[in-house]
Design a protein around this ligand. Structure first.
Ligand code: GAR
Length: 233
């Protein structure tokens, strides 16, 4: 039995849900959980993530865009469902919709998204193909605060990996996914155990302005602790 359950997380998905699964299992393995997932919402009724949520006994619901006459009505339903979950943080983990300013506003500074590129490079889809087309030597994933601009919000954390000569989009995606999972777990732990704010496009951690995204393995360890920080205790 966990001693604490920590921060409340709501997770938004559209598909496979491997980041959701990694986050849930990672948190579950801890005695003192920095956070726990209070609900999963999918915009796709067929999403594999829903089966995973059922298996883990995480409450889930489907809110489908085409059941509503407008994007605004769909987003109102989504916002209402999220509010009911009373989350401290909302995690977009493969949620393939762009939310409008009205849907983000109630949760401003509390919504993060994982994206498979080193933002600001390669916003949008087909990031692995685009890294190869640009002959880049380094690829990675980012977690950023959600703004109405697609994959455009301030970047909190990143993980990098080398691109090999014989890589294709599939090998890149396969190698990046476990790194995404580590980044997701570490970043959520960071958020749950520090005062992290994003106001007017500026991220602060415990009152200190973040000048560069935290790099997993360099500035951030797998438990969400800052690395190389002066000990100010
Ligand atoms: C992940 O690779 C995530 O970075 C990407 O979708 C995949 C979801 O996988 N997100 C985006 O492209 C958002 N722009 P998952 O459902 O197995 O976690």
């Amino acid at each position: 039995m966990a001693k604490t359950d920590g921060a409340r997380l709501a997770v938004l998905v559209s598909g496979r849900g491997s980041n959701f699964e990694a986050l849930h299992l990672g948190l579950h393995a801890l005695d003192d959980r920095p956070a726990h997932i209070v609900g999963l919402i999918s915009d796709q009724p067929q999403a594999l993530a829903l089966e995973k949520a059922e298996r883990f006994a995480v409450p889930s619901q489907v809110i489908e865009r085409n059941r509503y006459e407008s994007k605004a009505a769909f987003e109102s339903a989504l916002v209402a469902a999220l509010k009911t979950l009373e989350p401290n943080w909302i995690v977009l983990a493969g949620f393939m919709r762009v939310l409008s300013a009205d849907a983000i506003a109630p949760f401003a500074g509390r919504m993060i998204n994982i994206h498979p590129s080193l933002l600001p490079k390669h916003r949008g889809l087909h990031t692995h193909e685009r890294v190869l087309a640009a002959r880049e030597a380094v690829h990675g994933a980012s977690i950023h605060f959600v703004t109405p601009e697609l994959d455009g919000g301030p970047v909190l954390s990143q993980v990098t990996m080398a691109v090999e000569d014989n890589d294709d989009p599939d090998t890149l995606a396969k190698r990046l996914l476990p790194l995404e999972h580590r980044l997701m777990r570490a970043t959520v732990a960071l958020l749950a155990t520090n005062e992290v704010k994003c106001v007017h496009g500026e991220i602060t951690i415990n009152g200190q302005v973040l000048r560069q995204p935290l790099r997993l393995g360099h500035d951030l360890d797998d438990h969400g602790q800052r690395m190389g920080q002066p000990d100010t205790r």
